[in-house]
Design a protein. Sequence first.
Length: 176
Amino acid sequence: MADLIPPGPDLDRLFRDCRFTAWRLETRRAYGVAEEDRPYREWLAGRDPGIGWFVPWLELVRAETAKGKRMERVRLVDDPPSDYLRWELWGTPYNLAAGEDIRYLPRGHPVVRELPAEDFWLFDSAAVARLRFDGDRFAGAELLRGAEEVVRAARARDAAWHHALPYTRYLSTLIR
């Protein structure tokens, strides 16, 4: 196993150092991220959590997409979405405004069976940052550059992206 890159500046550097694209597959129903704990609880209680906690990520996305890079992700979603996924849907307009393209793929779609079970970022189709968790808490990423891992991630990206729904189209499926 490769060394674990902890959350923070070293992990953020992967986004700054890539030249063209950063693409993510999100497979989990919930994420334990320390910076989100308080705002998530506030949101669950029906209060506006504000976006102060979110600003560092949004600024990173804005800065990197302004350089012409693409930042994209596909989220696997349940029907109905989990509380955490509804929280992510609440925040998605901020991601989109910063330049990140986030799409949604129903977990029941047949292509999901072909996707890796773990979350990852694919950078420039050259490196995979496989995300690691300690229980439900995000622990960091394992950076992999082997051809097999990269090709596997690129195939997953192509399949997931082809079938995933843009944000507004996905929202329209929730209104029944």
